[in-house]
Design a protein around this ligand. Structure first.
Ligand SMILES: *Cc1c(COP(=O)(O)O)cnc(C)c1O
Length: 393
């Protein structure tokens, strides 16, 4: 659709229309091709397709499926990459994006502030002979010192979970590209709505679609966005043979999620800013972290890189006891561990999502016993503010 008009369409329009593959029935809603296989007209056609698939040709859902392809086309278009490969979960995307090219002896530099499962994937790479150097992602000097002429890739969460530290994508990409290293960014907290990752120099952008893309906490999914060469020649062979592909049903859910994502994420961000502003001077909290507050240490970078603070807020109540007591008093916020959901969620990272880390590591990352991660949903912001305030009483 966007290709035919001469004026580029805005992201919100493309999020509704891009990548549709209408069948002969002319259905309005995107069709769910709930099929793992495809039949061939002849043995010769099957043979030809296994040699090379054309743009509307499929073999097996582990390799690709028309509904999954619609989702891939749409998210790639929104992200500004040539192509994308949809995966069974965000972790299948992280694992696939790194494992598909890494080999023994490779050197990868990664920020230390990572989601526990991302750290696990890097541990697996180390087991297979990849060398990983960890840095404080916010400190460009540490990236500069760690990146070597032989560094193969850099990896980081552009906004870290749960302490909401922001990595300067353009700064790190400049250092990485100077030695020919690939820049792989886990961009979940930035969301595709505020992503300018590719303009800033990211080569590969990874999302957990489970989060803001689905947006209602219904199903798992992920996606790897990059050049056509990386996606189809490097990532796809690894993923299609190791089983990381998304289910067509989940791709169909994600495709529909994309149509409302912009509206949802902007509304959730407005509420997150209101909540953080309302709480920032509350003496019962030792810290209120929100990238969209002017007192965030990287506020200028946040505005340059994302233009808004996103949907996540972190607050520190000083102790585990105070944090648990407040969580147990919350009525609108649900105690859970997803994020980007329509329902607001409170998480205690040090005893759940980041429990696997050592105490020293948690301290180093600022994951204190009193820290709560808040994922702001679609409820009325006044109700969310009131819920947190009464929980602190
Ligand atoms: C949730 C999350 C993942 C993993 O995604 P799943 O869909 O749960 O596998 C990876 N990175 C970040 C930053 C996340 O928040």
């Amino acid at each position: 659709m966007s290709q035919e008009s001469n004026k580029p369409l805005h992201p919100r329009t493309r999020a509704v229309h891009h990548g549709i593959r209408r069948s002969q029935y002319g259905e309005m809603a995107e069709a769910l091709f709930m099929t793992q296989g495809f039949s061939y007209d002849s043995a010769e056609q099957a043979e030809a397709r296994f040699i090379k698939t054309g743009p509307d040709e499929f073999i097996y859902a582990r390799y690709g499926n028309p509904t999954s392809r619609m989702f891939e086309d749409r998210i790639a278009n929104l992200e500004g990459t040539e192509d994308a490969f949809a995966t069974a979960s965000g972790m299948a995307a992280v694992n696939g994006a790194l494992m598909c090219f890494a080999k023994p002896g490779d050197h990868i530099v990664s920020s230390r502030a990572l989601f526990g499962s991302c750290l696990y994937v890097l541990d697996v790479l180390v087991r297979f002979g990849v060398e990983v150097t960890y840095v404080d992602g916010t400190d460009l000097e540490q990236w500069r010192a760690a990146i070597r002429p032989t560094t193969r890739a850099v990896f980081f969460e552009s906004v870290s979970n749960p302490t909401l530290e922001v990595v300067d994508i353009a700064g790190v990409a400049g250092l990485a590209h100077a030695v020919g290293a690939l820049v792989v960014v886990d961009n979940v907290f930035a969301t595709p709505v505020y992503s300018r990752a590719v303009q800033n120099g990211a080569d590969v952008v990874v999302y957990s679609a489970t989060k803001h893309i689905d947006g209602s906490g219904r199903c798992l999914g992920g996606v790897i966005c990059g050049t056509r060469e990386f996606v189809r020649d490097v990532a796809e062979p690894y993923l299609k043979h190791t089983g990381g592909a998304i289910s067509p049903f989940n791709a169909w859910m994600m495709l529909n999620g994309l149509t409302t994502m912009d509206l949802r994420v902007r509304a959730q961000t407005d509420s997150a800013l209101r909540l953080a502003s309302a709480l920032k001077d509350d003496s019962r909290l030792s810290r209120v972290i929100y990238p969209g507050l002017a007192d965030h240490p990287q506020y200028d970078l946040v505005m340059r890189q994302m233009g808004a603070g996103g949907t996540m807020v972190a607050i520190d109540l000083g102790s585990k006891e105070a944090a648990f007591a407040a969580m147990n008093r919350m009525q609108v916020f649900q105690i859970s561990n997803n994020l980007g959901d329509a329902k607001s969620i409170v998480t205690h990272p040090s005893t759940t999502t980041h429990q696997r880390l050592s105490e020293e590591m948690r301290a180093e990352l600022g994951i204190t016993p009193g820290l709560l991660r808040l994922s702001i949903g679609l409820e009325d912001a006044d109700d969310l503010i009131a819920d947190i305030r009464q929980s602190l009483a």
